[in-house]
Design a protein around this ligand. Structure first.
Ligand code: SAH
Ligand code: SF4
Length: 354
């Protein structure tokens, strides 16, 4: 019999599940803590629970952790990239831990590949393979916490859904994972410390608003004209820049949280004088932030990242126009670990041996 993955059970159905096994309600709370907080790999580890219950759970459910295939630590100790093994297909689900002062930010993947096909993005080049399950999304977080704990460090403080894929296009599993991260009895990570990034799937942002989670929203704008954005991000033909600005304004009006517009700087293409004027026309006078990300060029691509000087100049010019802008620190360049630049390599016989 194939066992169900325990961490795929939505948190709000846990009590019902435990009761259906003929157990008392209060056991659900105990099991929840063992599984998510103590991060067990096997139900037999729950040493304060009756043996019969542990056995019943083991017969029906699998609770083992994701297998870590690779851990790459950056030279400067500011980023760690994780490759979790996807057993059935041999693909890697990639996550990044960013270390900055007391902040431990987990950059989490939500899909294997991505169907939106942005031309500059490594994940986009894989095409869409499948949605990650709740178990797999939460599993990345738990695996990173295991790593932190093994280093006597403190646990994850912040989460960004900026790894592989579009979290908002895997809505139910994304919500299921958030429920675990935000649960007061488990990790209690507040909405202020969670951000989801989207290429601009407007109806999903509407749906997110209805959930009233009050998490941060980042929209990958990446261009200043629909003409250019059409060529870089095919989804622009469906949801053009005007619709992104409109939904960002609504998001701010409803949640009080200013939206971040991520802006990949492609030299000579998205950092021109025309871009400055267009960005201030679109975004001027309303609370939001533009986060400049220098393009990490991929092999075989004609697109180039900016020089430090031209990036700095573009940034200064935005500030002069009254736009709140930041430059994303490129942590972990040496491990190719920056969020959103994860390739999800497929394992072959050679590299599975290592
Ligand atoms: N699908 C979501 C989240 C994952 S991508 C989204 O597109 O928003 C996270 C960020 O990385 C996005 O802002 C994306 O534009 C950026 N990104 C992707 N490829 C990049 C590259 N080669 N160089 C720099 N940033 C990149
Ligand atoms: Fe998908 Fe985001 Fe990459 Fe575009 S940038 S292909 S939406 S992961």
């Amino acid at each position: 019999m194939i066992k169900l993955r325990f961490k795929n059970i939505p948190l709000n159905e846990l009590t019902k599940t435990i009761e259906s096994l003929g157990e008392k309600k209060f056991r659900a709370e105990q099991i929840k803590k063992w599984v998510y907080q103590k991060r067990i790999n096997d139900f037999s580890e729950m040493n304060n629970m009756p043996k019969a219950l542990r056995e019943k759970l083991s017969e029906n459910y699998a609770v083992d952790k994701l297998v870590i295939h690779t851990i790459l630590e950056s030279k400067h100790g500011d980023a760690v990239k994780f490759g979790f093994q996807c057993i059935e297909s041999g693909h890697l689900m990639e996550s990044v831990l960013l270390i900055d002062g007391d902040r431990r930010t987990a950059c989490i993947s939500s899909q294997l590949g991505c169907g939106l096909g942005c031309v500059f993005c490594e994940t986009g080049k894989m095409g869409f393979l499948r949605n990650l399950t709740q178990d797999e999304i939460v599993g990345q977080f738990l695996g990173i916490n295991d790593y932190l704990e093994s280093r006597n460090d403190h646990l994850i403080t912040n989460i960004v859904f900026m790894g592989m894929g579009e979290a908002l296009s895997n809505f139910d599993n994304f919500l299921g994972a958030l429920a675990v991260f935000m649960d007061e009895d488990i990790y209690n990570i507040g909405g202020r410390r969670i951000t989801v990034s989207t290429a601009g799937v407007v109806p999903s942002v509407e749906r997110l608003l209805k959930e009233k989670l009050n998490i941060g929203l980042a929209i990958s704008l990446n261009s200043y004209s629909n003409e250019i954005r059409d060529t870089l991000m095919p989804i622009n033909r469906k949801y053009p820049i005007e619709s992104l600005v409109e939904i960002a304004k609504k998001y701010y009006a409803v949640t009080g949280r200013p939206v971040t517009f991520e802006y990949v700087v492609i030299d000579g293409k998205t950092n021109t004088a025309e871009a400055l004027n267009a960005i201030s026309a679109y975004l001027g006078g309303f609370p939001c932030k533009v986060n400049l990300i220098p393009l990490n060029p991929s092999s075989g691509s004609m697109l180039c990242g900016p020089t430090d000087m031209s990036l700095e100049k573009f940034y200064e010019e935005l500030l002069c126009r009254g736009i709140t802008a930041t430059i994303r620190k490129s942590r972990g360049q040496d491990i190719w670990g920056a969020c959103g630049q994860l390739a999800g390599k497929k394992l072959n016989n050679e590299n599975t041996k290592s």
